[in-house]
Design a protein around this ligand. Structure first.
Ligand code: UDP
Ligand code: MG
Length: 320
């Protein structure tokens, strides 16, 4: 057993953070290698997700200077999840364990030690879980925590307060590779793979440079993606809603008949207007939800590639 660790880091317009990130990670990997916990063949692989700035040039320079750094250049921007998947699938045959993390180092890199320890003690998946969100703004904290709660009630079971900072063993990645879905929501799929898993707690820091690439709009569509990729619960909720409205309509029917026999039919105008709009709105909403799923089916049947790797820079030789 070699214990080769690969770090996979998706990067989109991260020229401001890469120099700092790379030097901190170099230090971290160096210390782990020195401790003999991981092999000297361990690497840091940056995935360039179609950045518009100098991100790829910086990655190439890093690779030139030190072979511990490698890079994957995607053919265009595919979003964080696909970039991450591209990284994991490309490196999985070189590594024994892979840790995925963000380029901005908001996830404390000191948790890597503990993740590796848990891997060495036999865990296949180690989730990084945020202990506190003190440094996030109240708004970010509220929206992010609601995100997990809504996801879970909608049938998309995820590990609470775990983003995509996690360690996966090679066999867990081989398991992941068998999920051929185009609409892949990693946080929901990883727990489905099975194998022994554990968590590591860490504190989330602030982005030390650059702006968040996840504004509220993107986060909302990410939540919709996650829910509709993982569960059909929203469709079942529509059925329940339909059933509820049917019960209400029976009540309305009785009410209307009573009114009719009392000779006060014209009074019902308000009720009628309200119900026409309410039911119309509900029907449109329901159609929209069903449409989401049909759209998904459409994309799945096309089975388009989830990412295209343009270039893979990696030096697998032993370092001197
Ligand atoms: N990212 C990416 N492709 C995108 C958007 C973001 O690869 O289209 C990367 C980004 O470079 C970062 C990670 O995804 O490494 C998380 O993004 P960010 O830190 O902006 O999100 P936040 O921490 O604010 O949720
Ligand atoms: Mg961030």
């Amino acid at each position: 057993m070699d214990n080769i660790l690969y770090l996979v880091i998706p990067c989109y317009n991260e020229e401001e953070v890469l120099p700092e990130t790379s030097s901190r990670l170099l230090e971290k990997l160096g210390s782990l290698i020195k401790l003999g916990k991981i092999s000297e063949k361990s690497r840091v692989i940056f995935v360039n997700d179609g950045s518009k700035d100098r991100t790829w040039e910086i990655i190439e320079e890093l690779h030139q200077k030190n072979r511990i750094f490698g890079g994957i250049n995607l053919s265009r921007n595919r979003g964080h999840q696909n970039a991450l998947l591209a990284g994991l699938m490309t490196v999985k045959d070189y590594a024994d364990m892979v840790i995925s993390m963000d380029a901005d180092l908001q996830d404390d890199i000191n948790a890597i030690d503990e993740m590796v320890d848990k891997y060495l003690s036999g865990m296949d998946v180690v989730y990084g879980v945020r202990g506190s969100r003190d440094t996030d703004t109240v708004f970010k904290k509220f929206t992010a925590e609601s995100f997990y709660k809504i996801m879970n009630t909608m049938g998309a079971n995820t590990v609470f307060n775990h983003a995509d900072y996690r360690l996966m063993s090679r066999r867990a990645l081989d398991g992941l590779a068998q999920y051929g879905e185009v609409n892949l929501f990693l946080r929901g799929i990883v727990p489905m793979i099975g194998y022994p898993a554990d968590v590591v707690y860490y504190n989330r820091g602030e982005r030390f440079a650059g702006k968040s690439k996840y504004p509220l709009g993107k986060m909302l569509s990410f939540a919709v993606e996650g829910i509709t990729s993982l569960s059909t619960k929203p469709i079942r909720m529509i059925t329940a809603l339909g059933f509820f409205i049917f019960i209400v309509s029976i009540g309305m029917l009785i009410y209307s008949l009573v009114q009719h026999f009392m000779g006060a039919t014209i009074v019902g105008w308000t009720t009628l207007m309200v119900s026409v709009w309410a039911i119309g709105g509900l029907i449109l909403l329901s159609l929209g939800v069903v449409g989401e799923y049909i759209g998904k089916i459409y994309l799945e049947t096309k089975a388009r590639p989830r990412f295209i790797v343009e270039q893979f820079l990696n030096d697998t030789d032993e370092m001197e």
